[in-house]
Design a protein around this ligand. Structure first.
Ligand SMILES: [Zn+2]
Length: 305
């Protein structure tokens, strides 16, 4: 309630003001966006500082399309909070202008981020013949492995389409352990999370067995941050409000250690200004700070299984 009141008061001033007014001054972002104060960085996620509360709030962060800004602009912010994320790559777009190159992708994996496949060419899988969708799904994994990625277990559907098609779903299940589609604010599932802080990222989800069905592990629903902005024409201040609404909407479903819903966030490029499928650095920073300041537990997509 207090947060809502504060936000309503601050939003007309714009998100830069919100950021300035609420930023913990002891944690300073340097020009590269990394945290200067390492003792504070270490303090962020230690058990001593963990909040004691019954209700758990979780979030999963994913990036589609392999855009350059994901490593230059988003990664330093994620690193600052020790947040994990999955980066899903379009294999035939690697190294094009504004795209991640193979060194970037291998570096992300070395630093502990998950690398997933987002197909070979980003075509709508349900609109092409089966042999083409089969190629897009299977070959993109091989392509990542051939170029130095050690492990590829996640697939994200291009344009969030195809998981309703039994052939596509089956093909994805042959090559991957989990797949994400979209587009809804929350993924509904049945999970239990550990109660002690050190166990908090240990989650087991009974609803995500090996079954290949439309509600299973091969059709995890994500929320496309950028599609919502495109559809509604939000500016950054409005988008921050929408983000808060989405990530807080899990509260009415989760009770204690029983997790029934999780927002799975989908980002694309992160750059100086928000634009077509691009989130501004300031907005992304404000959103990650919101998760941190409000005790969200950020887990990997793969932690669900
Ligand atoms: Zn995409």
């Amino acid at each position: 309630m207090l947060i809502t009141v504060i936000l309503l008061f601050l939003i007309p001033i714009g998100i830069n003001s919100l950021f300035d007014n609420t930023l913990d001054k002891s944690i300073v972002l340097n020009a590269n966006g990394t945290l200067d104060n390492k003792s504070n960085q270490a303090a962020i996620n230690t058990p001593e500082n963990a909040p004691e509360r019954d209700e758990k709030k979780l979030a999963i962060i994913t990036f589609d399309d392999g855009k350059k800004g994901q490593i230059t602009n988003a990664k330093p912010i994620l690193d600052g909070y020790n947040y994990t994320a999955t980066f899903a790559i379009i294999c035939n777009n690697v190294s094009k202008s504004d795209e991640l190159n193979w060194n970037d992708i291998v570096q992300l994996e070395k630093e502990g981020y998950d690398i997933g496949s987002h197909s070979m060419n980003h075509i709508k899988l349900e609109d092409v013949p089966n042999n083409v969708s089969e190629y897009e799904i299977s070959e993109s994994k091989e392509c990542l492995l051939d170029n130095g990625v050690k492990e590829v277990r996640v697939f994200t559907y291009p344009k969030n389409g195809g998981s309703d098609d039994p052939f596509i779903l089956k093909e994805v299940s042959k090559h991957y352990d989990l797949a994400r589609t979209g587009n809804d604010p929350l993924e509904f599932l049945q999970c239990q999370i550990g109660s002690s802080y050190t166990m908090m990222n240990k989650i087991s989800c009974s609803s995500l067995g090996n079954d290949i069905n439309k509600d299973g592990r091969y059709s995890i629903i994500g929320w496309s941050h950028d599609a919502d902005r495109e559809a509604k024409g939000y500016d950054d201040s409005q988008m921050l409000q929408k983000f808060i609404q989405v990530v807080e909407s899990q509260n009415k479903y989760n009770k204690g250690n029983e997790i029934r819903s999780i927002p799975v966030l989908i980002y694309h490029d992160i750059d100086k200004e928000s634009g077509f499928y691009t989130t501004s650095i300031e907005l992304f920073k404000a959103e990650m700070k919101y998760l941190h300041d409000n005790d969200f537990i950020v887990i990997r997509l793969l932690d669900l299984i």
